[in-house]
Design a protein around this ligand. Structure first.
Ligand SMILES: [Zn+2]
Ligand SMILES: [Zn+2]
Length: 182
């Protein structure tokens, strides 16, 4: 599944009074029916928020409103820069500053990457100008490769230990052979 598409609703066929997002009953909070399912509802209010937060396009809109295009790493105001770069020779000016020749000057960045278990939650999202985002992504890819290499080395060392232990057992048994029946 693409990281840029909204994930499906987990309980699309939940009966009225049950939440289509978490599947749990939606209870009357107070009044004489307190504790009974509220059949007029299909969503918990906080589950609506979770659903909206799960949509990367919605997340991008929210982060744009929150950060106003300011890069969290280098402080570049991408909105102002975009205005400044407009006009004749825009593509060349963008390229010379490390931006793509067209499109947005900023990327929605997951502070903890999705592959490392990061979420689409707003607290895990920040604005990065494209050069900073490219740098961060490259660094993360390097780290992942290092981790993979580290894991491979650990496996190799563990295997070497096993072989060593086995040969030591074998040696010990050769040195003190069981008396053989004649
Ligand atoms: Zn719910
Ligand atoms: Zn930046």
């Amino acid at each position: 599944m693409s990281a840029h598409r909204r994930p499906p609703i987990p309980y699309p066929d939940a009966p009225r009074g049950s939440c289509r997002w978490c599947g749990e009953p939606i209870l009357h909070p107070k009044g004489e029916r307190a504790g009974e399912p509220n059949r007029r509802r299909r969503w918990h209010p906080h589950c609506v928020d979770a659903f909206n937060a799960s949509d990367p396009r919605e997340a991008r809109r929210r982060v744009r409103r929150r950060d106003r295009g300011i890069c969290a790493a280098c402080g570049t105001d991408t909105v102002a820069l975009r205005r400044a770069l407009r006009g004749r020779g825009e593509r060349a000016r963008r390229r010379s500053r490390g931006f793509k020749p067209r499109g947005s000057l900023w990327e929605l960045d997951h502070i903890v990457p999705l592959v490392d278990g990061g979420s689409h939650d707003e607290r895990n999202l920040q604005t990065l100008c494209t050069p900073c985002h490219t740098r961060k992504s490259a660094g993360e890819a390097r780290e992942r490769a290092q981790r993979r290499r580290g894991d491979a080395e650990d496996t190799l060392l563990a295997r070497a230990d096993e072989v060593l232990a086995r040969s030591e057992t074998l040696l010990a048994s050769l040195r003190s052979p069981d008396p053989e029946p004649r």
